[in-house]
Every structure is written in structure tokens, then in C-alpha cells.
Design a protein around this ligand. Structure first.
Ligand code: FES
Length: 577
């Protein structure tokens, strides 16, 4: 268990890159924003509700460990935003990406006066500013302050929502959840702004009494004139420094472009004959976007989907080494060949010729084309089944006879898959890939796949009995089962698009199926699927196997006869009990 946890942590840590860090920090900041917005929304109820809400909000976010994580996330996220401004040479054609960056970079400039007034004043002088003091300063002061705060609220919220959209859009539930999420994305800031307004109006009315002013606007709470002046100086200094930093980054971009132009250009040759010349330093995907060359990139260049991958023609040894994140994604899809690279990560320093391994989505305007469905990331269980000995069968029989037997075999397999809720997905010669989990949760998918493996054995045994007079040897087969996050979508070309799943889990299932030959068993199930299926009692023998393309060994369960799987069924065990 400890070793397995260690392996999992190691695998997960290899998959963490800059984007993953930015996402985690962004999620922390968005949680803060959500809590703050819900607090503002309480202004629609009463000033007392606002005060109670802020007490809970502060108790959580100012709890020391939480505060440390929060400030670290804010600094890291902000730093990575500035780095992205320097590093991104080209944005995908979506306008959301540059918009997200501009909104993100505007946030520090918009909120620093608020931070200086509330947090810095507290840290330096012990000011005690809560809603009454803050709302009074906005609504009794010059109107630009209200507009500035409203802009800060909307900018941060929009930036966060775009980030969440980029993160979630590949998730299977997203399409169903999108209308609800959109409703929340509109309602929450609307209620927060309304609460900010209502709270402000209530404070202005309350401030008409001298008693309220004496209780809420004392120098201890809001600071003396000289303290305010010092805070303003700090705020101005920060603004100048921040704008200077952005200016310096833009200047650095210009210098880099100049340097790259002087440093030379590289020629990129695509498999369709297209040749482009771009400055060194661009990624292949950025070069494609800059030159309007269609290039598949389901995750938008975030090193998550692998659909941008290319096969380099010629010697790949001169290419820049893959980053840990690129190496991780390539290993996940079983791409061990050094000539296969992610176009969104590879920045060629020399001329390059390559094949795009996936066709980009075709636009509806293209003659004879159909828009390919965008891929979705989801957990699926892949079951590979392959008939054994079909080559020798073909040698001994007439071709029609072989086709008849293979079809009976595939029919028996498909029937078992379908009756257990799976989908026969690809037929390759005498083998088949079946997918489970397109409409059910992972645990059900795992149970269905294991039960289907059992039913395949039963169906083939019946088929062997029916064909016994006709076959010298009974039909034999091997099954490999593994589950994991894969990309599902349509691949192919024009009228030849097919729905399928791509990803490491599919490749591993295929390799497990192959391995049944060397291990002399009929079924190999990854331990993960076996456990999720509710068969963690250890009734099937367990062992570790090396999988080509994976750094770590994998724990699997093997069964000499797939029909034995039935005795492991929890239903049966339950019935027996
Ligand atoms: S575009 Fe998704 S991995 Fe490159």
C-alpha cells in the first residue's frame, strides 16, 4: 500500500508543471474570491449580516496556515501571470486567452489601494477596518473609488471564471453543468455588487448620526491623516513599480523578438507540403497559429491532451530535450519514440520536418467536411480482447471460413460487452476494443468491464461447443483491462471520422492483453480497476508487471480462465451470504 502510494505520488509529481501550479494557486484565490463575494452579498440582508459574514470569512482566511497558503498562492499566481506575459509568444485563436491574461494582470493595479487601506493599515498601524469603515470610505468619498472597486470585483471574477472554463471544458460533466455554472457566474457577482451598493447606502444613512461616526470612524479604526498619507505613498510606489514591471516585461519581449530575428529563423515543413519560416524560440504550435496552419490542440497548448503531437522526420537527436511535463504527457500516451513530440512544448532551434499525428478539427465551411466533435477528458475502462491463433486458422481454412469464425467470435464478444453496458468501439482484425463508462461512474464501469470479461468467456465456451465438430482446437483469446482518464472524441478525416478514446489507459489495456500470452493467462486486469470493481479481497493472484513506456511497474490481477471471474462477483458473494 505504502509503495503503491509512493508510486502514485511520484507519478503525480512528474505530471506537475507550471500550468498545474498556476491552476492550484488560481483555485485557492478563486475560493477566497467566492467567500468574499458571498460575504458582500449579505449586504442585501443587513449590516449585521455583513458583520457576521466577515467574522467567519476572516476567521478562516486569517488562520495562520491558511493565510500563509493564500499569500503564497497570490504571489505565485501573480508571478506566473507576469511570466506568461513574457513567455507566451502567440495565443491560440480564441480571444478568451489574451483577455484572461489582460484581466489577470490588471487585478493587482485595481485592488492595491484596497489592500493598502485594509491589510497594510492593519499591519503597520493596527487599523481596524471592517465593513462600516470600508464601505463609508467608498460611498462617502469620490465616486471614482466606487467605480474602481466595482471594476476590481468584476475583473477578478471574470479572470477566475475564464480560468475555470479552460480547466473544466474537457471534463465530461461540463456540458451538462455549463448552464448552471453560467447562472452562478452571473448571479454571484450581481448579488455581491448589489450587496456592496445596499451596504453602502445603509452605511451612509447610519453615518448621519454623530454617535455612529464616533463609534466607527475613530482614528484608531481608520487611521490619522499622516498614516493615510504614508499608505497612499506606499500605494503610489507600488503602482509605479508594478506598471514599471509590466513595461519592463513588454520591453523584454520586444528585445527578445529583435534578438530572435537576428538569431535567425527556422523552417517548419508540414506533412501536407506547407512550409513556414518563423523566428527561433516559437513552439511548433505557436508557429502554426501565427501562420494560420490548422493544428489540433484540444487543451489549447496546456500540455494536457497530447492531440498536438507530431512525428519528427529525420534524426530527432538534435531537438531540445523534452521538459518534465512534456515527457510525462508523452509517457502517458505510450509515446516512447524520441521522434514523437508535443508541438505545444517543442521549440525547434533548427529546421524541422514533421507529420501532425492528429487531424485538426475541420471547419464546417470546408468542402465535404464535418466538424469533428471536440475531445473530452473522462475516466473510461478499456477492455481489449484478441483472438488467439487466427493466423494458423487462416493457413488451414478457406478465407470465407476464417471470416465466418472471426465474425462469430467478435459477435460473441460484442454481445457480452453490450449486455454489460459497454460499447464495442474498434474492431482491428480479430481483436476488439470495448469502452465502459461513457454513461456511468468509474466504479460501475469497472464492475461492468470485469463482468463482461467473464461473459465473454462464457459466450466463447458456448461458441466452442457449437463449433466443436468444425474446429480442431477451441477458440482461445486474451483480455486486457485497464481504466483511467482518456480523451474521447472523433478522430479521422472528413467523412471518415470515428468516435474513439485516446490515452495512456487505452494503450496499457492493449499491452496487458498482449501480456496474457507471456504470462499464460486469459485475463489481466489492472489492480486499480479490480479494486474499483469491488473485488479488493485479493481472490485473484496479484503481481507486478513492467509495462513498456512506463517508468514504474504496475500491479495487476491475472486469471487463467475468465470464467473464474464470476466467483469473484460481489453480487454472487452477497447472494451466497
Ligand atoms: S495542445 Fe494539448 S498537449 Fe499540446
Amino acid at each position: 500500500m505504502t509503495i503503491s502510494l509512493y508510486h502514485r505520488l511520484k507519478t503525480v509529481s512528474r505530471g506537475i508543471g507550471v500550468r498545474q501550479v498556476r491552476l492550484i494557486c488560481g483555485l485557492i484565490l478563486f475560493s477566497y474570491l467566492l467567500s468574499h463575494f458571498l460575504n458582500h452579498a449579505l449586504g442585501n440582508v443587513s449590516l449585521q449580516a455583513l458583520a457576521i459574514g466577515v467574522a467567519y470569512h476572516l476567521a478562516f482566511w486569517q488562520f495562520l496556515p491558511v493565510a500563509i497558503v493564500f499569500y503564497a498562492a497570490a504571489l505565485t499566481h501573480g508571478g506566473l501571470g507576469v511570466w506568461a506575459l513574457y513567455q507566451r509568444r502567440q495565443f491560440s485563436r480564441s480571444t478568451l486567452e489574451p483577455l484572461q491574461l489582460i484581466l489577470g494582470l490588471s487585478i493587482p493595479a485595481l485592488i492595491f489601494s484596497h489592500i493598502a487601506g485594509v491589510r497594510l493599515g492593519h499591519t503597520l498601524y493596527g487599523h481596524d477596518k471592517l465593513y462600516p469603515q470600508v464601505l463609508y470610505s467608498y460611498w462617502a468619498g469620490p465616486s471614482w473609488r466606487v467605480w474602481l472597486m466595482s471594476a476590481a470585483l468584476l475583473t477578478s471574477w471574470s479572470h477566475g471564471c475564464i480560468g475555470l472554463h479552460f480547466w473544466l471544458r474537457l471534463k465530461p460533466f461540463y456540458q451538462r453543468a455549463a448552464p448552471w455554472l453560467l447562472a452562478c457566474a452571473v448571479l454571484i457577482p450581481a448579488l455581491a455588487l448589489l450587496g456592496f451598493y445596499r451596504g453602502g447606502r445603509d452605511i451612509i444613512s447610519a453615518s448621519a448620526t454623530t454617535q455612529w461616526r464616533a463609534e466607527n470612524l475613530s482614528p484608531k479604526q481608520t487611521g490619522t491623516a499622516s498614516e493615510q498619507a504614508t499608505l497612499e505613498t506606499i500605494m503610489n510606489g507600488f503602482l509605479i513599480g508594478y506598471l514599471g514591471l509590466i513595461g519592463a516585461v513588454l520591453a523584454a519581449r520586444g528585445l527578445r523578438a529583435l534578438h530572435e530575428r537576428r538569431g535567425g529563423m527556422v523552417t517548419l515543413s508540414y506533412n501536407n507540403g506547407r512550409i513556414i519560416r518563423v523566428p527561433k524560440g516559437l513552439s511548433v504550435l505557436e508557429a502554426s497559429h501565427r501562420n494560420n496552419v490548422p493544428h489540433a490542440s484540444t487543451c489549447g497548448g496546456r500540455a494536457r491532451c497530447s492531440t498536438c503531437r507530431i512525428r519528427v522526420i529525420g534524426d530527432p537527436s538534435g531537438l531540445p530535450a523534452p521538459s518534465p511535463r512534456e515527457a510525462f504527457v508523452l509517457a502517458q500516451v505510450g509515446a516512447n519514440d524520441p521522434s514523437i513530440r508535443l508541438a505545444c512544448q517543442l521549440r525547434p532551434t533548427d529546421d524541422l520536418s514533421f507529420f501532425q499525428l492528429f487531424m485538426p478539427n475541420l471547419t464546417p465551411g470546408e468542402p465535404g467536411s464535418q466538424r469533428a466533435a471536440i475531445g473530452q477528458e473522462r475516466y473510461l475502462v478499456s477492455l481489449f480482447v484478441d483472438m488467439r491463433g487466427s493466423t494458423s486458422l487462416a493457413e488451414k481454412r478457406l478465407p470465407f471460413d476464417v471470416v465466418f469464425i472471426v465474425n462469430r467470435f467478435l459477435g460473441a464478444v460484442s454481445q457480452a460487452v453490450l449486455s454489460n453496458g459497454g460499447q464495442p468501439n474498434q474492431f482491428v482484425g480479430d481483436g476488439m476494443l470495448a469502452l465502459f463508462g461513457l454513461g456511468v461512474d468509474p466504479h460501475v464501469a469497472c464492475r461492468q468491464a470485469v463482468q463482461a470479461a467473464h461473459d465473454i468467456a462464457v459466450n466463447i465456451a458456448e461458441l466452442n461447443a457449437v463449433l466443436s465438430h468444425d474446429l480442431h482446437d477451441p477458440i482461445r483469446f486474451g483480455i486486457g483491462i485497464h481504466g483511467g482518464e482518456v480523451i474521447v472524441g472523433e478522430v479521422g478525416y472528413r467523412d471518415h471520422m470515428v468516435f474513439t478514446a485516446l490515452g495512456d489507459a487505452v494503450n496499457v489495456a492493449s499491452r496487458l492483453q498482449d501480456m496474457t500470452k507471456t504470462l499464460g493467462c486469459q485475463v489481466i486486469i489492472s489492480d486499480d480497476v479490480y479494486e474499483r470493481a469491488g473485488r479488493a479481497s485479493g481472490l485473484l493472484p496479484q503481481q507486478e508487471v513492467e509495462i513498456r513506456g512506463r517508468a514504474e511497474p504496475m500491479r495487476v490481477r491475472t486469471a487463467a480462465d475468465a470464467a473464474d471471474l464470476v466467483s469473484q462477483s460481489p453480487t454472487d458473494e452477497g447472494a451466497a451470504a
